[in-house]
Structures are given as structure tokens and as C-alpha cells.
Design a protein around this ligand. Structure first.
Ligand code: G1P
Ligand code: ZN
Length: 543
């Protein structure tokens, strides 16, 4: 088969963000755009000659076409084998698992996660390394450098492969192995959790609704929850993946998964409910009448993980992203294990997990996971919750209340200001950054700032340092606010304001969240001159 070397001109802005390259789908569909990025990835990892890669995506618009392009390029670049999910589908955690199980050299995951899909929506591509986790900054920096100077890429001129039939086919000298996307992942889940106990709980009548949001977790949830664990048919909602996620926004939070939230808040709602995002790595946990914030979920899972067989020996430590609430820190302290604070983005957990320093990690943005893979994992979190419910035989609400009565409650909310004018958002951040030193000691709307700094992370494993990872303001009385700009948006800038306040176990544990945080939110509005700078008086999304 003839390998074609095509000349190309570098595209501007192919810089991987918090989680790979995210752009409008039409940007990715421009001639050579995807090809240039893929070749840059291959060049940045010193080629793929003789290597094995895992490739799959969340099934969004352009997933199928992009995979064919990647396969041709992998073959033309000398890869030995590519393992692809049937129909081009792989959830992000399942891809991470396959890379690890099959000892692949890396993988390419096609997804824009929780961003909407469609020709006028978003697309994304991410490179994961041999440990199954997102490429660390050293590699994403190299990829970006390649994108700025690339002059050619290699590909083949071949018809599309049929990816719907399981088995191995040849593409040039490369083997393409099409695997069931669910099988290996389901086996991993079975090795971690007490499926018998969960099955018995369903048989006893526990009701669950899992909203797959028309995205990739549908087949995984149906196979595991309904077929293997015996939850009744209909437990999984919106379980068939579609290219535009049923025209929805596949982000499992109280805004975008509102129908599910309304369901659990109703009189005859299910005992437990959960949702996952476009590529299956995020989760939202709900119990009858209660929403569990991702930060609280991480803390509850850390405190109870030992109840599941896979974690019976206890956890080595926990890690959370800096903007995530300090709820899990209190659990770690009580357990006498280490707790790490990392920048936003799963890639920063990889070293800690590889080194065995932490077992669980999580982010406030609906991400929780463990050392079983190197990505966050939505269905894993749901199964760990189910395992805990099966052992403790308490409702979600009672487990949460018991947790707060033991450790206290970190009231927490994130306010997002979306599609803000980019200059205005960067101006706001620059202005606060310039005033950081002068803020401590000053009061805003009655809240006194006790410290103000820019977060830098010193990786304790490889010694690397990541600067400029968000602004952190602490207030007298234990309140905290974090400001950062999103690294995954595709339109203007998204300003994220993270608010937190601690209440001790003997304090008031049942205040409405936004009311509990109103003073700190007011202080942030004043410090940043938010309304004047962004033209917004209220956030677009509060989670
Ligand atoms: C967002 C979340 C972050 C998460 C990332 C990928 O990134 O805030 O926690 O790791 O999506 O799912 P951001 O848009 O804030 O850069
Ligand atoms: Zn995701």
C-alpha cells in the first residue's frame, strides 16, 4: 500500500487545554486540521512505529470520520496495532482501562466530554500515555510545539474500514482489532465491587435511575446495571448514544440533568439516581430528595471505600483539584492518610496514582476516580456508591447527614460565567492578580481577606512545577473563593468562581447552599468588580 506524504501549513491555536484539544466541530472538519494535530501528536511521542494504540470516542458527530482518518495515519506512520471500540465507541475510562490491560503504548480519545455534540457544537481529541492517563504537560507542550512547525503528514488512500464487526483486520501493515467496548470494563468493575450485594439490594426493591444523557455510558450502564446487576429494565434512561446527544448538553449537573433532579426531588422519586457525561468520565449523584455535591461525594467515598472489596485494604491517600472543597481533607486527616491539592485537570493525578501515593481522587466538576484506571470514571463512582448503600443499608440522605455530623460540612458551589468577552475575562484576572498582595487585611461586604495568592503546583513525584493555576482568596472564618478561567471552552472565555465555607459538626448543617455562600459571593463580586467587567449580574450556571 502506498504511503502518501501530504504537505500542510500549520494551523494556529492547536494548543491542548485542560483536557486535550477542544474546538468547534467545523474547525476540526477543515481539510488537514485533524491530520495536522494527529501528526503532531505522533511526532511529539517520537513516532508510532511498531507501537500499539487504543482509539475510540464518545460517538459524537464526526467521531466516525475522524477515527478512519486516525487509523489511516497510524498505519502510514508505522503503528503495529490499533485497538478500536466497536462502532468507534469507547468511554474515556474504558479507553484508559484498555490501554492498561493491553499494555498499549498510548491512545487517542475522541471527545469534547460534557460539551454538546453536532456539526455546530464541539469536538475534541486527547492523547493518553501508556499508564492510561491524559498526557502530562511536558508532552502536551511538545504536541503544541509540533503543531506550530509541521510541514507534512503521512496517510493512506484506502476505503473506510467496517468498525461494526468484531475481529481483526489489516490496514496496510497495521492490524486493526475491533473489540467490544464494554466487556473489559465490566470485568474490571466486577473485580472491584460486591456485585452479589448490589444485586440483592435491587432484588429487595432499591430503585435507581441512571441518566446516560444519550451519550456513551448508555451501553455500559445497560450491560452492568440492568443485565448483570438485575436492576429492572428502564433503570437506564436515554441509554442509546446519539451523535448530538439528543440535542442536549451531556453535562451531569443540576442544570443540564434537571429532569433527573426533578424526579428524585418528587414524592415518588427513586431511592438513588445518577448521571454521566458525553464520554462517561463524569458523574452526578442524587438520593431521594438530595443532591450530593461532587466534593462531598469524594469525601463520602473516601470515608467508605473500604466497604467495597476492591478497596478493603483501605486507601493510601486522596487527591483533589485545588478548587474542589476541602471536605475530603478532613476525611484524610481522620484516617491518617495523605491528601494532595493539584491543579484542575485529571492529568495532574497520574503521577500520584502511579506512585501509589493516592487511591482516590476527584474534582468539584463531577469527576471522581481511583487507581483502577487513570481517568475519572462516572459509572465507577455510581457502583461504589451502590456498594456502600448495599453495606450500610442507609439512604443517601442519611449517609450524607451522618458524614457532616462526623466531619462538618463544607458548603460549596461553583458559579460559571460563560461566553464572557475574552479580553474582559482576562482583564479581570489580570487586575485581581496585580492586587493580590494588597488584598489581605481588607474587608469586602463584611468578609476580611486573610490570604490571596496564585496557585502553583509542585509535583511531589517528578518535581515539575505548574504555575498560574488559579487565584485563591481565603477569608476570616474559613471561607474561600477561587477564580480561574476555563481551559475547555470553545467560545469566548468562561470565568469560574468557586465558593466554599466550612461549618463544624455542631454548627448549622442544613442551610440552603447559595444562602450559606451569599456573603462570600458578594465579596468576590466586589473584589473583582465582576458586574462592570463582565456585564453579568448573575452566573449562567451554578453547580
Ligand atoms: C473542566 C473542569 C475540570 C475538568 C475538565 C475536564 O475544565 O473544570 O475540573 O478536569 O473540565 O473534564 P475547565 O473548563 O475548568 O478548564
Ligand atoms: Zn467527560
Amino acid at each position: 500500500m502506498t504511503i502518501l506524504t501530504k504537505t500542510c501549513t500549520p494551523f494556529e491555536g492547536q494548543k491542548p487545554g485542560t483536557s486535550g484539544l477542544r474546538k468547534k466541530t467545523r474547525a476540526f472538519m477543515q481539510p488537514d486540521y485533524l491530520e495536522c494535530f494527529v501528526q503532531s501528536v505522533f511526532n511529539a511521542i517520537e513516532g508510532v512505529s511498531g507501537k500499539t494504540l487504543v482509539v475510540g470516542g464518545d460517538g459524537r458527530f464526526f467521531n466516525a470520520e475522524a477515527i478512519q482518518t486516525i487509523l489511516r495515519m497510524a498505519s502510514a506512520n508505522g503503528a503495529a496495532r490499533v485497538i478500536v471500540g466497536q462502532g468507534g465507541l469507547l468511554s474515556t475510562p474504558a479507553a484508559s482501562n484498555l490501554i492498561r490491560q493491553r499494555k498499549a503504548d498510548g491512545g487517542l480519545i475522541l471527545s469534547a466530554s460534557h460539551n454538546p455534540g453536532g456539526i455546530d457544537a464541539d469536538f475534541g481529541l486527547k492523547y493518553n500515555i501508556a499508564n492510561g492517563g491524559p498526557a502530562p504537560e511536558a508532552i502536551t507542550d511538545r504536541i503544541f510545539a509540533e503543531t506550530t512547525s509541521l510541514s507534512s503528514y503521512a496517510t493512506l488512500e484506502t476505503p473506510d474500514l467496517d468498525l461494526d464487526t468484531l475481529g481483526t483486520v489489516a490496514l496496510g501493515d497495521m492490524a486493526v482489532e475491533i473489540v467490544d467496548p464494554v466487556t473489559d470494563y465490566a470485568a474490571l468493575m466486577q473485580s472491584l465491587f460486591d456485585f452479589d450485594a448490589i444485586r440483592a439490594m435491587f432484588a429487595d426493591g432499591l430503585t435507581l435511575r441512571f441518566d446516560a444523557m444519550h451519550a456513551v455510558t448508555g451501553p455500559y450502564a445497560t450491560a452492568i446495571l440492568e443485565d448483570q446487576l438485575g436492576a429492572p429494565k428502564g433503570t437506564v434512561l436515554n441509554g442509546v448514544p446519539s451523535v448530538d446527544f439528543g440535542k442536549g448538553h451531556p453535562d451531569p449537573n443540576p442544570i443540564w440533568a434537571k429532569p433527573l433532579v426533578d424526579m428524585v426531588m418528587s414524592e415518588d422519586g427513586p431511592d438513588f439516581a445518577a448521571a454521566s457525561d458525553g464520554d462517561g468520565d463524569r458523574n452526578m449523584i442524587l438520593g431521594k430528595g438530595v443532591y450530593v455535591t461532587p466534593s462531598d461525594s469524594l469525601a463520602v467515598l473516601a470515608a467508605n471505600a473500604h466497604l467495597a472489596p476492591g478497596y478493603a485494604r483501605g486507601i493510601a491517600g486522596v487527591a483533589r483539584s485545588m478548587p474542589t472543597s476541602g471536605a475530603c481533607d478532613r476525611v484524610a486527616k481522620a484516617m491518617g492518610v495523605e491528601c494532595f491539592e493539584t491543579p484542575t485537570g485529571w492529568k495532574f493525578f497520574g503521577n500520584l496514582l502511579d506512585a501509589g501515593r493516592v487511591t482516590l481522587c476527584g474534582e468539584e466538576s463531577a469527576g471522581t476516580g481511583s487507581d483502577h484506571v487513570r481517568e475519572k470514571d462516572g459509572l465507577w463512582a455510581v457502583l461504589l456508591w451502590l456498594n456502600i448503600l448495599a453495606v450500610r443499608k442507609m439512604s443517601v440522605r442519611d449517609i450524607l447527614m451522618d458524614h457532616w455530623q462526623t466531619y462538618g460540612r463544607n458548603y460549596y458551589s461553583r458559579h460559571d460565567y460563560e461566553a464572557v468577552d475574552s479580553d474582559a475575562a482576562h482583564g479581570l484576572m489580570a487586575d485581581v492578580t496585580a492586587r493580590l498582595e494588597s488584598l489581605p487585611g481588607q474587608s469586602f461586604r463584611g468578609c476580611e481577606v486573610t490570604s490571596a495568592d496564585q496557585f502553583s503546583y509542585h509535583d511531589p513525584v517528578d518535581g515539575s512545577v505548574s504555575h498560574n493555576q488559579g487565584l485563591c482568596l481565603s477569608f476570616k472564618g474559613g471561607g474561600r473563593a477561587v477564580l480561574r478561567l476555563s481551559g475547555t471552552g470553545t467560545e469566548g472565555a468562561t470565568l469560574r468562581v468557586y465558593l466554599e465555607r466550612y461549618e463544624a459538626p455542631d454548627g448549622d448543617l442544613t442551610i440552603e447552599t447559595q444562602a450559606a455562600l451569599a456573603e462570600i459571593a458578594g465579596a468576590v463580586a466586589q473584589i473583582t468588580d465582576l458586574a462592570a467587567r463582565t456585564g453579568r449580574t448573575a452566573p449562567d450556571v451554578m453547580t
